[in-house]
Design a protein around this ligand. Structure first.
Ligand code: GAP
Length: 456
């Protein structure tokens, strides 16, 4: 992180919006919460699902050189000896001899406890993996670990995927799933937690071609964030210095985002060489070779790993989308979320609760919800309802008014510009589909018009 901080949004506003509108709650809140664990509420779960679906679509569905996997969280303990996590996945901690608080040695400038000023012990290594026991007997032989990264599930399945899919190099395996780390320093809301989700790719290539594939994935992944609406100036690539590289990495870049607390990692892209496959082959005694049909050579592939979290990108999408505008005597809070990510795509708003109006509005609602997450809101003035939708990033509101009963038309109101068009109900679904895919608001279907009679 650096001293450079954006002025646009502070973290308190994001945390407050997330609580207020049901994006994210502290875990087990009625018991006082559980440190660094978070629960995603009704809107948060939709946003998270949309992020994961957009990633899966980009890296699996739309490519012919990638397949998916869903490995179990608990893995054979030998996995973690082979991968180096048992030995290397540790932080150096110091303990205060007075108040017994523990601190990450790297985070401290001086030699005294930041809390009470007491004397500190020499640094000791602390492994970040959570341990548990398999079966009823709690003894050392039954220890298993909650995976600290999803990546190892991919490496141990390399031959299974190769044999069952007949994929040839270069190809990748993608996985989304939970990971757990007993982090010493947590905080900044969902940025660093102890239970989180990852979206990881292990892309297997012929040694010697790893440099070009590394550059390819840097660009590909950076563009993914930009396509989904993150401003370019809030993203950067940062190369890891030699001393900073993880034990398995030959080279690594972070994609950093300018969060409210400064530049911080969203995703890491590493060249892992053949480290993992060699280690697992040695440790398991199973061959993890690849046979090249063209050159008739056996070799162990190199791996390029674009490894993203889900929670950090979610926080970045929220921070980047957050906006406030003067609105008469109040402030309009809005999220300019990309339509692909918006938790609710369309809100249906009947102008009143009169029976004949409600009937039409409910029919529209029933039709649209077969295609997207749609909300129905008939409480308070339509202006207030628009504001509620703006605050959660709903791209379009459909208003059903008394004229709708006569002309079979409704208005579509755009979140960002607040402009409105009026379209025949029969053309509504296709029009919304086009707008959600990026068509300009004022491109009208037959019978549609630009609407001047808005209610804001
Ligand atoms: N397999 C490589 C690997 O796990 P990492 O840089 O340790 O690399 C990858 O993690 C991504 O996982 C990070 O860029 C971040 O988005 C996410 N991540 C890691 N630790 C996290 C934590 N404690 N809380 C939330 N997200 C985390």
């Amino acid at each position: 992180m650096t001293e450079e901080t954006p002025t646009k949004v502070d973290m308190e506003k994001i945390v407050s919006l997330c609580r207020r509108r049901g994006f994210v709650f502290p875990s087990s809140e009625i018991y006082g919460g559980l440190s660094s664990c978070w629960d995603y509420g009704p809107l948060g779960v939709e946003l998270k699902r949309n992020i994961k679906e957009a990633w899966w679509r980009a890296v699996v569905q739309e490519r012919d050189d990638m397949v998916g996997l869903d490995a179990s969280i608990l893995m054979h303990p030998q996995t973690w000896a082979a991968s180096g996590h048992l030995e290397g996945f540790a932080d150096a901690l110091v303990e205060c001899k007075n108040c017994h608080l523990r601190w990450k040695a790297d985070d401290l400038a001086g030699n005294s406890c930041p809390s009470c000023g007491g004397e500190l012990t020499e640094p000791r290594l602390f492994n970040l993996m959570f341990k548990t026991f398999m079966g009823p007997v709690e003894e050392e032989a039954n220890v298993v670990y909650l995976r600290p990264e999803t990546a190892q599930g991919i490496f141990v399945n390399f031959q299974n995927v190769l044999n069952t899919t007949r994929k040839r190099l270069p190809f990748g395996i993608a996985q989304i799933g939970k990971a757990f780390r007993n982090e010493i320093t947590t905080g900044n809301f969902i940025f660093r937690s102890r239970e989180f989700e990852q979206m990881e790719i292990e892309f297997f290539v012929k040694p010697g071609t790893d440099g070009e594939w590394f550059n390819y994935w840097l660009e590909e992944r950076l563009n993914w964030y930009v396509k989904l609406g993150i401003k370019k100036e809030n993203l950067r690539l940062r190369e890891h210095a030699k001393g900073e590289l993880a034990h398995y990495a030959r080279a690594c870049y972070d994609i950093d985002y300018l969060f409210p607390m400064g530049w911080s990692e969203l995703e890491g892209i590493a060249n892992r060489g053949d480290f993992d496959l060699v280690q697992h082959a040695k440790s398991s005694g199973k061959s993890l070779d690849y046979f090249d049909d063209d050159t008739k050579e056996h070799f162990i592939p190199y791996v390029i790993e674009p490894s993203a979290g889900v929670d950090r990108p979610l926080l970045a999408f929220l921070c980047d989308a957050y906006d406030e505008e003067p609105d008469k005597d109040e402030i309009r809070v809005l999220l300019h979320l990309h339509p692909t990510l918006a938790p609710i795509k369309v809100a249906v708003l009947p102008l009143s609760r009169r029976e004949n109006l409600v009937k039409v509005a409910k029919e529209i609602y029933a039709d649209l919800r077969q295609h997207w997450m749609v909300s129905y809101d008939d409480a308070q003035s339509v202006g207030r309802r628009y504001r509620r939708q703006d605050e959660i990033g709903t791209p379009f509101c459909v208003t059903v008014d008394f004229q709708s009963l006569e002309d079979n038309q409704v208005t579509i109101r755009d979140r960002d510009s607040m402009n409105q068009i009026r379209v025949p109900i029969a053309a509504l679904r296709n029009t919304l589909q086009a707008k959600l895919s990026g068509e300009e608001l004022f491109v009208l279907p037959p019978g549609g018009m630009i609407w001047k009679g808005g209610n804001e």
